[in-house]
Design a protein around this ligand. Structure first.
Ligand code: GLN
Length: 320
């Protein structure tokens, strides 16, 4: 088999010329991204790293943050309490869908669509707004292993133009699905989406999840291991929005995408993988990102239901 770094280089070259898709523009600041940015990072549980392309280029984490905030409130409040506020049912609808609020159970469907994520964020514990911001940022820091910052211009851009998210929050307030100060919850949600990361950070975050919450580089426990099964389950069923089913079929590992062009995916007990490329398909997933993951799954057989390759196939294969 081709050594993994060579395989990654070839994969990168193969898709660097693929210019299908569009930059997200509904958040004006995101339209300033360079469509050529492209990066692939892999981090294994024993701390091996593989990187190709613009892996140090910073971008805002966007919807990928939803996974980590969900884990944070699961850890703080417990599964049953969180389930009362937000369900775990995929919608098959776009991420910003307004209509999908389950009025019967008085919950948004799942924490990976915006309505569910805003409800999840509203559960972040803390004394006051700045305490909640602080806790949220330190939570991210445990996963990436260094300080993180909010991109002020993206945050302001989202806050000023996020009418749809605001409408959703008001609708949820109307249905009794949200409590408390919704403007503060929205602010916190826009802020979590505006946390700056690079592709390498995302792979370390994914590897931390793959390692039951234990950061393989810093050795810090980022989240209680009991939360991992729950977050991987919702990533698997809901992480890629209305592409989640097809992704599960073709790639077969839990993942989460964001509108700035990142995709983070977890090979449980083996590795974290991230791809960054801001050109998006019409479901809001990175075009090159999806193709890279399809190729990787095809070549390394890490699809969870690909039983032909035995256990730990990915980590072993790339170590050679
Ligand atoms: N901040 C974005 C929004 O709320 C996140 C969406 C995404 O990444 N899919 O619209």
């Amino acid at each position: 088999m081709t050594p993994f770094p060579r395989f990654l280089d070839a994969l990168y070259q193969q898709y660097a010329g693929l210019n299908d898709g569009k930059l997200a523009s509904y958040i004006p600041e995101l339209a300033k991204a360079d469509p050529n940015w492209f990066a692939i990072s892999v981090v294994t549980l024993d701390g091996k790293q593989f990187h190709v392309g613009n892996t140090q280029q910073k971008f805002t984490i966007q919807s990928i943050s939803k996974v980590f905030v969900y884990a944070m409130v699961l850890e703080a409040l417990g599964r049953e309490a969180v389930l009362q506020t937000v369900g775990v049912e995929p919608t098959g609808d776009p991420f910003n869908s307004l209509i999908r609020l389950d009025e019967a159970s008085k919950r948004p469907y799942n924490p990976m669509v915006n309505a569910g994520a805003i409800a999840t964020t509203s559960l972040i514990p803390g004394e006051n707004a700045s305490d909640r911001i602080e806790r949220m940022l330190t939570m991210f820091q445990r996963y990436v292993g260094h300080e993180v910052y909010v991109d002020a211009s993206v945050f302001v851009s989202e806050r000023e133009t996020g009418h749809r998210n605001r409408a959703m929050a008001h609708l949820m307030l109307n249905f009794g699905m949200l409590e408390g100060d919704i403007d503060e919850a929205l602010d916190l949600y826009f802020r979590q989406c505006s946390v700056l990361v690079n592709c390498q950070d995302l792979a370390v975050m994914a590897a931390t999840i793959a390692n039951r919450g234990h950061n393989p580089l810093t050795k810090e426990q980022a989240v209680h291991p009991d939360c991992i099964r729950d977050i991987l389950s919702v990533m698997y069923t809901c992480g890629m929005y209305n592409f989640a089913g097809e992704w599960a079929y073709r790639v077969g590992i839990p993942a989460k995408s964001g509108v700035s062009g990142g995709i983070l995916a977890v090979v449980p007990n083996e590795a974290g993988i991230a791809v960054f490329s801001p050109l998006l398909d019409d479901r809001g997933n990175s075009v090159r990102g999806v193709r890279v993951f399809e190729e990787l799954a095809q070549t390394y057989g890490f699809h969870l239901f690909d039983l032909s390759m035995g256990r730990c196939k990915f980590a072993e294969a790339i170590a050679q």
